[in-house]
Structure formats: C-alpha cells, structure tokens
Ligand binder design. Structure first.
Ligand code: PEP
Length: 251
C-alpha cells in the first residue's frame, strides 16, 4: 500500500536533436501547466540536457539523465559523471534500464555502483528492474526481481522515501505494445515494496515511488494508476510526443 505522490516520467532514449528537444519540452511545459497532484519528469539524451533545462525552467517539470558513470571524473572517454549531471540541472537519473543491461552489459553490480554515485551527488536514482518474457514464462519473475533489488540496492543508506525511485519494467512489455495487466503489475509492485521494506523499513517504503513501465499510453494509464502500489509510470515511446505524454500526465 502506497502513500506516495505519483510521478510520471518520460524517457526519450536516443531520440531528438537539441532543437527537437527544446520544441517538445517547451510544448510539454505549456500543456502540463497547472496540473497538480503529480510530479512530471523528462529524461532527454545527454546532449539536450541543458537545452531542456532551460525550456522547462519554472514549469515544475524535473530533469533526469538516462545513465551515468560511477566515478566522479577521470580517464573514462565517453562517460558522464553524477556531478556533471547535477551541474547540467538534473535532479534524477535513470539507472539500469533493460536496454542498458541488454546492449551495454550492465549488471546488478554496476547498477549498485551507479546508484551509490548518484546518491553521493544528491541525485535521485530511478532504478529499473524487470524480467524477460522467458523468465516470466518459466516462473522466475519473483526470483529475478528479488535479486535485482537486493543486489542493485545493496548497502544503500536510505532515510528518505523520496531519495529512491524503483521502476518495474517487464522487458517483454517495453516498446512492444504489450502491457502487463494492471493486476499483474500490482502483484509485482506489492512484491517490490515488500522486498524494499525488508531492506529499508516498511514504513519508509510506503512513501517510496514504484513506477510501472512498458507500453504505457493515454488509454491504459488510468487503470494502472488505480492500483494501490503503482505510484506512476516510466514512459518511453509515448513520451516523445508532447500531447500524448501530456495526456498520460493528466490521466
Ligand atoms: C522504457 O523504455 O522505459 C519504456 C517503458 O518504453 P515504452 O514505453 O516505449 O514501452
């Protein structure tokens, strides 16, 4: 059971130039002006972070990066550190998205390092977990998630429910048009909250946001948000268009 304020987050992945990002972010800021009772966040590509920061300034929309490196600086060509993200205006960072696990060999161990680096810099990590279709079909869902949570968040010191967001994103539902049913998602979210409760305290995790991600659209968001352990959504494809994303925000 959750008491958290909903968060609707858009992950633009590797989409949009700086100009396209500015246009979408400005349009979104206009469309969600005055919306209350929920928080809104967008995660553009690194190259658009400062452009989007300026476009959403004063709108209440938060800015996230899609990844970071765990070191603060050094000879790591092509990488971006947590302090760099803070200086670009980010308050949040997505960590361990399934595409990063699949294509860039991220593991629970690298997720753990990144989560700690984010926390040390004052960024709120949005930690993604989720099972593949094969894992679900062979009854391994809860085992897989248990490991991802315990190993990915191991050693994390959490005193504030707002300092961590978990996104449950079944891999088979990402970008496929297949969505977990609201009761399938609720079942997992309650499980995630119970594991997080064992790690960080039951009372604390009642206020922690657990987002659902996987083909969320304006037509299915309300049903998902009606579930008692679903505190928001991480939206990929449907966040690229400002009007569609605003439709989700205003579910
Ligand atoms: C995502 O990439 O986090 C995601 C949920 O994508 P989509 O909404 O496109 O399924």
């Amino acid at each position: 059971m959750s008491s958290a304020k909903p968060l609707i987050a858009g992950n633009w992945k590797m989409h949009k130039t700086c100009e396209e990002s500015a246009a979408t972010a400005s349009e979104l800021a206009k469309l969600v002006r005055g919306v209350s009772g929920r928080d809104v966040l967008i995660a553009p590509p690194f190259t658009s972070l400062t452009t989007v920061r300026d476009a959403i300034s004063g709108s209440g929309i938060a800015l996230a990066a899609q990844n970071l490196h765990w070191e603060t600086k050094g000879a790591f060509t092509g990488e971006i550190s947590a302090p760099m993200l803070v200086s670009a205006g980010c308050t949040h960072v997505i960590i361990g998205h399934s595409e990063r696990r699949l294509y860039f060999h991220e593991t629970d161990e690298t997720v753990n390092r990144k989560v700690k680096a984010a926390q040390a810099a004052g960024l709120i990590p949005i930690v993604c977990i989720g099972e593949t279709e094969e894992q679900r079909e062979t009854g391994k869902t809860f085992n897989v998630l248990d490991k991802q949570i315990r190993n990915g968040l191991e050693g994390l010191d959490l005193n504030d429910a707002d300092a961590l967001v978990i996104a449950y994103e079944p891999v088979w539902a990402i970008g496929t048009g297949k969505t977990a049913t609201s009761s399938q998602a609720q079942e997992v979210h309650a499980f995630v909250r119970s594991i997080a409760g064992e790690m960080f305290g039951k009372t604390l995790v009642q206020g922690m946001r657990i987002l659902y991600g996987g083909s969320v659209k304006p037509s299915n968001i309300a049903e998902l948000m009606a579930m008692e352990d679903i505190d928001g959504a991480l939206v990929g494809g449907a966040s690229l268009d400002a009007e569609t994303f605003a439709g989700i925000v205003k579910y």
